[in-house]
Structures are given as structure tokens and as C-alpha cells.
Design a protein around this ligand. Structure first.
Ligand code: GCB
Length: 733
């Protein structure tokens, strides 16, 4: 018999860099905490990039009952970043990497009384990933900690946090037959395995056993349509038993057709998810995970990129059950560390070993934007080759992929390493114009017709408190985010070859180093707010495009109540092909179309607006305001730059900041001014600026932008822009 006991309560937490002896000595004075726990739930989310990164202790006494049984193992499902386990002062384990499960055996080390002390450390490191990334590295024992008791003869528990059972289904679509191989690891002579009602006993050689089954007429795991799960059970004579669910499916990737599920074209359209939540950090309950999955289902997505690290097993389970195809990855991100190679390989080994059986996982992500702050040198290439080979060795059934940063040249040798390609592009947000995304993929696809390409990240920040009838890049309004995604949705729909697309991000998440868009410490690219309470308009755009379950209609701009204009646009998102709009009970009009429906209505006082499509309705109230509602505007200083410039009379025969970078550069004198200014700016911006400088494709893109929009994006103040404009106005065209 195997017993699994979650030990959540009774822990003492010491936020102090002590040695284990002192930690145990002072444990009683520690704060009483319940797991899961993080010490950064508050300071990791409030901005300032000053959250506590240190070594802390969790100490707990184990009761006699808890330590009973033949063999006793401790299972830790997530300790960020590095952990050490001590039992009665003796060090039993050291684990590097904050997102995978690891176990250690306590048998033979137990005394009369038993004190468990676990140090968890999220300090800077030269060798454990992640170290540089746009999210908070919450420290803590933030997932379940369990005690597992097994008989003397038992399934393997230690190696890379293995579940002890590996199930490989191979499906022949023409005959609908699945060959299922079940492998187990144990210290016994034989194993009894049951799959789909058939039981076989097979010998174990050198601790490894393999049993094969055939399922005729297999019911496929068919994504959101029918995520059917089988189960495999393995038992030993001793009574130890383990189970795993699995799914019979075939994933295909094609440079023209994109993704195929069970032989048919099945475009992967969805979102990326960071696991954290407002007020809780990464210390989540099952209910939190389930609530996130319910939002993915409501959206109608069929894929999720579980970024940027291994997520909780509960979440991969939810993906299996709901038919959501997963991109899984390790936190090899932003900056390559020359001493980090071993850690990337270890995190990948753990990810694959622990997640192999999940039918929802389609690809292993080797890295994310790894060239953002590192050059493509031999060490980085070698690291990727090793990771890629490791993935193929441990799992020949799945493909590998990387999420590349926009400034990585498309002819970079690194793109030839993984099986599939994918880019994170933020044109229309950080830099450039929306259409440059379309151009990027068109050029890429034309240049590399044999490569499978995807869109691994795109998004724009929005604070649902901010609104505008003239949304523009950088204003953080809900309306700009919606426009941004309308463009991207059209762009994606016109390019069926994109094997997967993932909105960055489903939820706002903590990046304690950020301070923008009216919030401290948050990346606000979510379609839903950090507390999961507010779905921004862009959420409903995708719902209208993807969720086909029932007629649905959404009125945009519900939070944009006070509108200072005589006429206003009412935008409706719907999955129906006709939408009628009513103002104060009167029909304004009916429009036939797809996803986005636009109406204009005159504004006089307060109006009740209603949209109807099939039997779905949505209502809101808006008001004609006398004065602009200041609470809708973020950063008045920045927006006044635009106002100031629009009002300025420039001499059109001379250069100005309204000219594009390329126009300015083409002129000797104006070009010299710009080069000088850019050199000064990039001196203070390090690696990224360097990478931009050396990248001709990016230079071309920037060339098409006006100097004013480049300066605004770089955060230039009004005075410097005026100054430059004055200089340029002195140069005849
Ligand atoms: C990226 C990164 C992601 C960031 C995102 C952003 O490309 O991969 O981690 O959060 O951009 O919002 O800047």
C-alpha cells in the first residue's frame, strides 16, 4: 500500500539567512505558516524591484504517525529557486530549479522525534535559471509538500522526480489502432500492468519493465472536441500501485497547413499563462488552477503556452481533461549564463520525466528570447543543441521549439536547431507598427517555405481604468489593447500556416521591476486582470472569434462611461453573423459581418445601449460628458507631448521629428544629428540596444517610424523632443 499525505500545516517560517542548526534552534519563534507559501506575495507584486530575495527556512516536526511505514519519502512540488532538505540536522537533499518536483528518502534517518528543516533560496545565482526575466521570482515552498509511504518493494521515486510510469501510445490513424507501451521502474522482479481492461504481468530487468498493449478502435484524445483519457495502472506484489492517464492522439506539423491533430488541420489559437495571482503570488490552490482553466474554456482557446517554466501537475492535468494543447518549457530565458548549462539540462530532464504522460503536451520549449541579452555564440548554440538532443532522446514522440525575440535575425543559425520555429513579436506596442507583424511573417514564410513557424507571444498592456476614443500605442487604454488584438486576429486568420499563436498573456502578472500604465509591479498585457476579476474588452474579441458553443454578444467600452463627444462609436464583439444595436430602446441598426461590429450613435445625455445577436444580449450605460474625464487618461505628461506637437507649426520645407528615421538618415546633416543622438542613447541601454544596432531587419523597420514615435517609445521628455525638433527645423530638406 502506498499512502500519500499532504503536509500543509504546522510549519514555522524564518525569514533569515541562518544555518540549519540556528534555524532549528529558533524555529519555534518563526511565523506559523500553511503551505503552499511564498514570502513574496506582497513585495513581489508592488513594484520597485525590491522584493526579498534571500534564503529562508521552513521547519516542521513530523509526528510518529506521519513517519510510520516501511519506506518514507518526502516530495516537494516546487521550491523556488534552490532548496536544501535537512532531517534532524542532517542534509538529505539539494535541489536547483524552482518549478519541478523532487523527492528525497527519509527512511533510515528517522529518530524518536523528527524535525524537518527546508531552506529555500531565491537569491541571485550564476547557474540556476531564471535570473533575468520579466516576472517575479517568488521564493517559497509554493506547491504541495507530501510524505509518501511505500512498501520495501516499490516504484522508483527519486530519479528526476519520476512518476515511475511512462506511457507511450502510438496511433495508426488509418486503422484507429493504438499500440501502448507502458514502462515502469521498480526494485521488484515483476510488474502487473493494466490498460483498458487488459492485464499483463511482465518481468523487471535491471529495475525496468515494459508491457505492450493494443487498443483496437481507440477513442482518440481529440483536443477540445473530445479529450478522451485512458488510464494505465501498475502494481507490484508488495501492493505498491501507481496510475497514469494517457491519451491516444497524433500531432502533426506542416509548414503550409500549420498544426494537425489526428490528421486534420487544427490551428492552435490560444494564450500564454503565468501561474501567479494577485495577493497570492505563486502559492496557489487547486481551485485557483481550476478557475484559470474555466477562463481558458470560456475564451474558447484550444492551446496554452505554459510560460516560462514548469507549471503545477494539476494544471497539465486540467489541460489533459479539457483538451487544451500545451507548449511546455523551462526557464532558460533572456540571458544565457555560461555556468548555467547543467541547470538547463536538469530542468529539461525533470520537465520531460515528470510531464511525459500528459497527452495535452505537444512541444518542449528549449528557451525564451535567449538572445535578448546574449550574443549568439558557440556556447549558446551548444547549449541549445544539447537541450534539443536531450529532448529527442528522452521523448522521440514530441517536437522541440524556441520562442525567439523579434530582433533575432531570421538567418541566425540558432533557428535551425529546434524542430519548429516561433517568434515573439511586439510591433504596434514596444516598437514599430501593427502591420510590421504581417510583413514579418510574410517575409519569413516566403524565405523559409519549409520551416514551420508560429507566433509565440504578442500583446499590448491595458489598464481597464484608462479609456480613449482615439486610442494610440502606449496609452494603456482598454481600447488600444482591443484595437491591437483586432489587428492581430485578422493577421492570424489570414495566415493559416502559423502552427500556433499565443496571446501574451491571459492574465496580468507580477513583474516587480515594472512601473507603468498606472500600476506598480504589473505587466498588464493580460486579457484578464491579475485578480481574475475583470475581463478586458480584448478578452471578448477572442471569445467572439473562438468560442462557438452558444450565441454570444459583448458591448465594448462599458467602463468608458463618460464620453466627451457629440457622437460616439459603439463596438460590439459577437460570434454571430448579425448584430442589432439599440439606444434607449430604439433600433439604431443591424449589421451583418464577422466578430467585430461597429456602430456610431449621437450622444446627448445618458443612454442605455443594448446589443442583440441571436438570443444573446448585452447592455451598458454611457453619458455625454461636458469635460474629458481625467481619470481615463494615463500619464498626462506623455499625452501632452502629442498635443503639443500636433499643435506646433513646423516649417514643412525643413526636417522635423515628424519625419521618419529613414528620411532623416538619408540626409547627411540630419542623419549626423540623429546618429549622434542615438549613440548617446544606446550607450546607456546596454545589450539590447547593441543587438538592435547590429540587426539590419530591425533597422529597416525602425526606418519606417517617425522620429516622434521613436522618441515617445523611448520615453523621451517634452523638452528633449522640442530641442531636437528645433535643430531639425534648422536643416533644409
Ligand atoms: C517577452 C517575454 C515575456 C515578457 C513580454 C513583455 O517577449 O518573453 O516574458 O513578459 O515580452 O510583456 O514584455
Amino acid at each position: 500500500m502506498r499512502t500519500i499525505r499532504t503536509i500543509s500545516d504546522g510549519w514555522r517560517f524564518l525569514k533569515a539567512e541562518l544555518n540549519e542548526e540556528t534555524a532549528m534552534q529558533y524555529a519555534a519563534r518563526g511565523e506559523a505558516v500553511t503551505l503552499p507559501h511564498t514570502w513574496n506575495a506582497v513585495d513581489g507584486q508592488d513594484g520597485g524591484n525590491d522584493y526579498h530575495r534571500g534564503l529562508c527556512w521552513y521547519v516542521r516536526e513530523l509526528s510518529e504517525e506521519e513517519t510510520a511505514g516501511e519506506r518514507l519519502f518526502l516530495e516537494i512540488n516546487g521550491a523556488n529557486h534552490t532548496a536544501e532538505v535537512f532531517l534532524n540536522g542532517e542534509k538529505l537533499a539539494h535541489h536547483e530549479g524552482g518549478y519541478a518536483t523532487f523527492r528525497t528518502e527519509l527512511t533510515g534517518r528517522l529518530g524518536k522525534t523528527n524535525v524537518l528543516a527546508i531552506s529555500v533560496d531565491n537569491r541571485d545565482s550564476q547557474s540556476v535559471y531564471p535570473q533575468k526575466a520579466d516576472f517575479t521570482f517568488y521564493g517559497g515552498l509554493y506547491r504541495e509538500v507530501r510524505l509518501i509511504t511505500v512498501p520495501e518493494q516499490h516504484f522508483e521515486l527519486l530519479k528526476d522526480g519520476t512518476p515511475g510510469i511512462k506511457v507511450t501510445p502510438t496511433v495508426d490513424l488509418s486503422t484507429k489502432t493504438a499500440k501502448v507501451t507502458v514502462e515502469t521502474w521498480q526494485n521488484a522482479d515483476a510488474v502487473t500492468v493494466t490498460v483498458n481492461g487488459e492485464t499483463k504481468t511482465v518481468p523487471s530487468e535491471n529495475g525496468h519493465a515494459k508491457a505492450s498493449f493494443t487498443i483496437e478502435n481507440a477513442r482518440l484524445w481529440d483536443g477540445v472536441n473530445d479529450p478522451y483519457l485512458y488510464s494505465a495502472r501498475a502494481t507490484l506484489m508488495s501492493g505498491d500501485e501507481i496510475k497514469s492517464r494517457f491519451g491516444c492522439r497524433v500531432f502533426g506539423f506542416d509548414p503550409e497547413q500549420g498544426f494537425l491533430l489526428n490528421g486534420r488541420v487544427y490551428p492552435l489559437r490560444g494564450v500564454a499563462r503565468h501561474q501567479d495571482r494577485k495577493g497570492k503570488g505563486n502559492a496557489l490552490s487547486y481551485a485557483d488552477h481550476a478557475a484559470d482553466m474555466a477562463i481558458i474554456k470560456e475564451l474558447g482557446a484550444n492551446t496554452v503556452r505554459l510560460a516560462h517554466y514548469q507549471h503545477a501537475q494539476e494544471f497539465y492535468d486540467l489541460c489533459d481533461e479539457n483538451g487544451i494543447v500545451v507548449w511546455a518549457e523551462i526557464p532558460y530565458i533572456t540571458m544565457h549564463m555560461k555556468n548555467g548549462r547543467e541547470n538547463t539540462l536538469k530542468q529539461m530532464r525533470e520537465l520531460i520525466t515528470q510531464c511525459y504522460n500528459h497527452p495535452s503536451i505537444a512541444v518542449w520549449g528549449l528557451s525564451n528570447e535567449i538572445t535578448a541579452a546574449s550574443a549568439v555564440n558557440e556556447d549558446l548554440l551548444e547549449n541549445h543543441r544539447l537541450l534539443n538532443d536531450l529532448c529527442h532522446r528522452l521523448d522521440p514522440t514530441r517536437k522541440t521549439v524556441m520562442a525567439n525575440v523579434f530582433m533575432l535575425e531570421t538567418d541566425s543559425p540558432i533557428l535551425t536547431i529546434p524542430d519548429l520555429n516561433s517568434y515573439n513579436l511586439y510591433f504596434g506596442w514596444y516598437l514599430g507598427e501593427l502591420e510590421q507583424t504581417d510583413e514579418f511573417f510574410d517575409e519569413y514564410h516566403a524565405k523559409y517555405p519549409d520551416r514551420v513557424i508560429g507566433f509565440s507571444e504578442y500583446g499590448a498592456d491595458a489598464n481597464p481604468a484608462f479609456h480613449s476614443s482615439h486610442p494610440e500605442k502606449g496609452d494603456y487604454t482598454e481600447e488600444y489593447q482591443a484595437l491591437y488584438h483586432e489587428h492581430m486576429l485578422r493577421m492570424i486568420e489570414a495566415r493559416p500556416y502559423l502552427w500556433a499563436t499565443h496571446v501574451w498573456n491571459l492574465f496580468d502578472f507580477a513583474a516587480d521591476g515594472r512601473d507603468e500604465g498606472g500600476k506598480h509591479g504589473e505587466n498588464q498585457k493580460g486579457l484578464v486582470t491579475f485578480d481574475r476579476q475583470t475581463k478586458k474588452d480584448a478578452f471578448y474579441l477572442y471569445k467572439a472569434a473562438w468560442n462557438k458553443t452558444e450565441p454570444f454578444v459583448h458591448l465594448c467600452g462599458k467602463r468608458y462611461v463618460n464620453r466627451c463627444e457629440d457622437e460616439t462609436e459603439i463596438k460590439v464583439y459577437s460570434n454571430c453573423d448579425a448584430v442589432s444595436l439599440y439606444a434607449d430602446g430604439e433600433l439604431i441598426g443591424t449589421q451583418v459581418g464577422k466578430t467585430v461590429f461597429r456602430f456610431r450613435i449621437p450622444l446627448r445625455g445618458t443612454h442605455r445601449i443594448e446589443a442583440r445577436a441571436a438570443d444573446a444580449t448585452d447592455t451598458m450605460q454611457i453619458t455625454r460628458a461636458e469635460h474629458p474625464d481625467e481619470s481615463y487618461i494615463f500619464n498626462k505628461a506623455a499625452s501632452s507631448v502629442t498635443n503639443w506637437f500636433d499643435a506646433e507649426e513646423n516649417d514643412p520645407t525643413c526636417f522635423s521629428v515628424a519625419d521618419t528615421l529613414a528620411e532623416l538618415r538619408a540626409h547627411a546633416q540630419a542623419g549626423a544629428v540623429i546618429e549622434q543622438m542615438m549613440a548617446n542613447a544606446s550607450a546607456s541601454r546596454g545589450d539590447v540596444a547593441d543587438a538592435v544596432k547590429d540587426n539590419p531587419a530591425l533597422q529597416r523597420m525602425m526606418g519606417r517610424m517617425t522620429m516622434l514615435s521613436l522618441l515617445k517609445q523611448a520615453g523621451a521628455d517634452e523638452q528633449s523632443i522640442k530641442q531636437l525638433n528645433r535643430v531639425l527645423q534648422g536643416i533644409k530638406k
